[in-house]
Design a binder for this molecule. Structure first.
Ligand SMILES: [Zn+2]
Length: 242
């Protein structure tokens, strides 16, 4: 279905020239199809200092150990999460289009810009990327899993990476968007399982991939599932931190 969408989009582009998803200006010649250089510049990037656990940026002067409000009480099953953009402004709007307005074609462009981030590329290098799965009912509604598409794109462009769809979501959870931190953790606890027959290797480094890290509850639940199946090296990454 994703491929058909892309083909449709390709035909559409022949008739109507493409505009940048951020600036709305006509696209210049670019390796990306829907995100111009000027548009990419407007995405709010995360820079150091940042939380070594969830990747949330710290603002202002940091002295000593700084408690991160996003990781507070999370004790995640993943070692470190790295995110590239703040989930606000244009980056938030692009992710919203990807998730709720059937725009899978924006995934590759956003992931492509993310790969210009040196820390993000190094964080992924040489690992097995495991996308957060969607419940089959949600997948039917949306037509694609954006996390799978992100992982596939990243794996194709980062040396030594491959994407493996190891997990499945067995419980349909309610949307997390209106839930608080504790409620999110309860909501996704036990929601994910390793797909029957998929091996989990204790010597492989896995990086769980999602579009947005908000409280870290979903990435934690996926990482915990991998660990219970025998993984010992589990990290996480998302395009944006919300
Ligand atoms: Zn944190």
């Amino acid at each position: 279905m994703g491929l058909l969408e892309d083909l449709d989009r390709g035909l559409f582009d022949l008739v109507f020239p493409r505009d940048c998803a951020v600036t709305q200006e006509p696209m210049e010649t670019s390796e990306r199809l829907h995100l111009s250089a000027a548009g990419a510049d407007r995405l709010d990037r995360i820079t150091d200092p940042r939380c070594m656990c969830c990747g949330h940026p710290f603002e202002g002067v940091i002295e000593g150990d700084r408690a991160c409000p996003h990781c507070h009480e999370l004790h995640p099953a993943f070692g470190r999460a790295v995110c590239v953009f703040r989930a606000r402004g244009p980056a938030r709007r692009i992710i919203h289009r990807i998730k709720y307005r059937h725009s899978p074609f924006l995934v590759d462009d956003l992931a492509s810009v993310a790969l210009a981030d040196d820390l993000f590329r190094r964080h992924l290098a040489g690992s097995v990327l495991v996308p957060v799965p969607l419940h089959p009912a949600r997948l039917r509604d949306r037509g694609y899993n954006q996390a799978e598409r992100i992982a596939t794109f990243l794996a194709a462009h980062v040396p030594g990476c491959r994407a493996e769809f190891v997990l499945r979501k067995q419980n349909e959870t309610v949307s997390q968007t209106r839930l608080g931190r504790q409620e999110r953790r309860k909501n996704v606890a036990g929601a994910f399982v390793v797909i029957d027959g998929k091996p989990v290797d204790p010597t492989t480094r896995y990086v769980v991939i999602d579009d947005v890290l908000t409280t870290g509850a979903t990435l934690h639940a996926c990482a915990l599932t991998l660990r219970k199946a025998g993984a010992t090296l589990v990290d996480a990454a998302a395009l944006a931190h919300g």
